[in-house]
Design a binder for this molecule. Structure first.
Ligand code: RP5
Length: 163
C-alpha cells in the first residue's frame, strides 16, 4: 500500500534534516516512505520514481538536497504531484547554494521551496499535511490542534536564561 507522502533525499547525509519532516508526519498520523534518490548519483532511480509516483498513489513529494541541489526540480519535471523542496544546510556555503538551486525553477515546473535546514524540513511536513487536509477533515482538525498547541506554548514575556 503506497503512503500519501514520499520523502526523497539526495544522500543518507540528508536524512537527519529530512527526519524533521518525518517527525511532523508521524505527529499528524500521516504515512510516508523515505528513499535516497540522487539526481546525480542515481539518475535512473530519480527518473522511475518520478514517472511512477502518481500512478503508485503518492499525493505529495518532499524532496531535500544540498549543494547542487537538482533533485527537487528534476522531480517536479517528472511528476505533476506537488513537490516541496527542502534546501539542506551545507558546510561550504551554508545552504544558500541549495536554496538557489531549488528555488529558481523556470516557468512551468514549480517547486514549493522551504527555508534552509531543519525548520524548512519541519515546515515541509506541515505543508504536506496542509495539502492532504484539503481532502481530509479529520487531518485538518489535527493540524488545527497542532498549530493551536504551538501558539499556546509561546510565553507572553521573555525570561533571563542562564548562560
Ligand atoms: C547532495 O550532495 C545531497 O543531497 C547532499 O546534501 C550533498 C552531499 O552528499 P554526500 O556527499 O554527503 O553524500 O547530492
Amino acid at each position: 500500500m503506497t503512503p500519501p507522502v514520499g520523502i526523497i533525499m539526495g544522500s543518507q547525509s540528508d536524512w537527519p534534516t529530512l527526519r524533521e519532516a518525518a517527525n511532523i508526519l508521524d505527529e499528524m498520523g500521516i504515512a510516508y516512505e523515505a528513499r535516497i534518490v540522487s539526481a546525480h548519483r542515481t539518475p535512473d532511480r530519480l527518473w522511475s520514481y518520478g514517472v511512477e509516483a502518481a500512478d503508485r498513489g503518492l499525493k505529495v513529494i518532499i524532496a531535500g538536497a544540498g549543494g547542487a541541489a537538482h533533485l527537487p526540480g528534476m522531480m517536479a519535471s517528472k511528476t505533476r504531484l506537488p513537490v516541496i523542496g527542502v534546501p539542506i544546510q551545507t558546510r561550504a556555503l551554508g545552504g544558500i547554494d541549495s536554496l538557489y538551486s531549488i528555488v529558481q525553477m523556470p516557468k512551468g515546473f514549480p517547486v514549493a521551496t522551504m527555508a534552509i535546514g531543519a525548520a524548512g524540513a519541519a515546515n515541509a511536513g506541515l505543508m504536506a499535511a496542509a495539502i492532504l487536509a484539503l481532502g481530509d477533515d479529520a487531518l485538518g482538525r489535527r493540524l488545527d490542534d497542532w498549530r493551536a498547541a504551538l501558539s499556546a506554548s509561546i510565553p507572553q514575556e521573555p525570561i533571563d536564561e542562564q548562560p
